[in-house]
Design a protein around this ligand. Structure first.
Ligand SMILES: [Fe+2]
Length: 475
């Protein structure tokens, strides 16, 4: 049987056993294999040998690791286009971001063993179309038909022939042609049964197949399409018809593949840009929160802590991750209205006058005004607006009652009070944990939503060292 083309693979791994195993598996499958034990040696090898088709690069290596090695490869003009698959014995997901950035084609878990690895390598080569000519596999039990097909197609395509279902399946388990011409009538296993077996090979799930048949009845014609054939060619062959049909199907296929990869590329670009926007928004909001906290010298970090506690309460209340992330944002800005309160009132050491207290009570309304311009996140002002509302209706600025207060604000209200009591203020030291707990118990159903107060109490009870404020929650 013809082998489609010889591909050169470079294995880069500091582990000699892993290298040997990979060499054994890949050489056995017909690849030309070289191996080196470090990132430096890999770069050197690539510079010397321009015929390396694929590098299997271990991520975890001493000195230059896989990611650093690939960054160097991408920065060197002559070898920047090298195809790379990452190897790792660990969880892939933590390397996903770097891999996207560096154009890694796939991940393979170590040790390199089993058919799945060969499938992935095969797919990479098929996708990248390493060979100039496209390969057509012709399966027919009649040797004369095979000879004729080979003669007819070989000026345009690289032709591989198989005379039995065993030969065909053996070839397809190792290689991925561009198309299959499949005889309907064969001994042992007919063309339709063989196609079912071919589809079981993962990389051949979408492989285009044209049936070859001497039958001209309608039943065969219908069955060809029903069983997943893209077309059929009547025997005896008319060379021009065969070539045109193959050409048409392959160009459609190419269009489909390039559309798919374009969609993949665009989706990845959009996801990356969305991720960057999210990071930017979070950074801007955190910076704003720090600006708010900087105004009040005794409550440094208050906004971040309230955001942290609010997110934890939401998590424990069974809210989805999107809700948890939203409340984190909203809570970071709950006190933004304090920007409009004079510093001498915010930082006053002695008791506030009634007038000063009224000025402080303006901060929820000022917050709403400031946040009104952020139209892309309509809920952003909810925390600022309602975090001083009370469950019993005695809060401000609107005096809302019970469940009329937006849920996000009911959560932030508990988190805000907990932080106010457990932190040092301009007029007093931090309260002991037992006193804080008592205040939350007393406020349950009065100042606070009882359900969220209960969650806060559980968090307090679990915090045996009273360190929630410092590093109890890592976010
Ligand atoms: Fe406040």
């Amino acid at each position: 049987m013809n082998v489609r083309c010889n591909k050169n693979i470079l294995i880069v791994d500091d582990d000699s056993m892993a290298r040997k195993l990979a060499e054994f598996v890949l050489t056995k499958d017909g690849y030309n294999v070289m191996s080196v034990d470090s990132g430096e040696a890999c770069i050197e090898c690539l510079k010397k040998d321009s015929n390396i088709d694929l590098v299997l690069l271990d991520i975890e290596m001493p000195e230059l690791n896989g990611i650093e090695t690939l960054e160097r490869i991408r920065s060197e003009k002559t070898i920047a286009d090298t195809r790379v698959i990452f190897l790792t014995a660990n969880d892939f997901s933590k390397f996903e971001e770097d891999s996207k950035r560096l154009g890694v084609l796939d991940f393979i878990s170590k040790p390199l063993f089993g058919p799945e690895i060969l499938e992935r390598i095969k797919k990479v080569f098929a996708k990248e179309q390493v060979c100039d000519k496209e390969t057509v596999l012709v399966i027919d039990d009649d040797r004369m038909n095979l000879k004729f097909a080979e003669h007819m197609l070989s000026s345009v395509y690289h032709v591989v022939t198989a005379q039995s279902y065993r030969e065909a399946l053996d070839y397809l388990s190792k290689e991925l042609p561009s198309m299959v011409l499949l005889d309907v009538h064969m001994p042992d296993m007919d063309g339709f049964e063989l196609l079912t077996e071919i589809r079981k090979i993962k990389s051949c799930e979408d492989l285009p197949v044209i049936f070859l048949t001497a039958d001209s009845d309608r039943e065969t014609e219908v069955r060809v399409f029903r069983e997943g054939g893209l077309d059929y060619i009547q025997k005896p062959f008319v060379p021009e018809v065969v070539l045109e049909r193959i050409k048409r199907i392959l160009s459609l296929r190419k269009l489909q593949v390039s559309l798919e990869s374009e969609v993949e590329r665009r989706t990845a670009e959009l996801e990356e840009s969305k991720r960057k926007h999210e990071i930017l928004s979070l950074q801007v909001v955190k910076t704003l929160a720090s600006a708010i906290d900087a105004k009040d010298r005794y409550t440094n970090g208050h906004s971040s802590r309230v955001a942290k506690y609010s997110k934890e309460i939401a998590l424990r209340a069974g809210k989805p991750i999107e809700y948890q992330n939203e409340i984190y944002f909203v809570a970071l800005l709950h006190d933004i209205g304090k920007i409009g309160v004079p510093d001498n009132i915010l930082n006053k050491n002695s008791k506030l006058t009634d007038e000063e207290y009224e000025t402080i009570k303006q901060h929820p309304s000022i917050g709403v005004e400031i946040l009104r311009n952020i139209t892309e996140m309509p809920n952003i002002e909810i925390g600022a607006h309602y975090h001083h509302e009370r469950f019993d209706g005695k809060g401000y600025p609107e005096g809302l009652n019970g469940y009329d207060i937006p849920e996000i604000a009911r959560i932030i209200a508990v988190a805000d009070s907990y932080d106010a009591m457990s932190s040092r203020r301009s007029y007093r030291a931090a309260l002991p944990q037992e006193a804080v707990r008592k205040e939350i118990v007393n406020g349950r159903g009065h100042q606070f939503d009882p359900g969220f107060a209960d969650i806060m109490l559980k968090m307090i009870d679990e915090d045996v060292r009273y360190e929630l404020r410092d590093d109890g929650l890592n976010m």
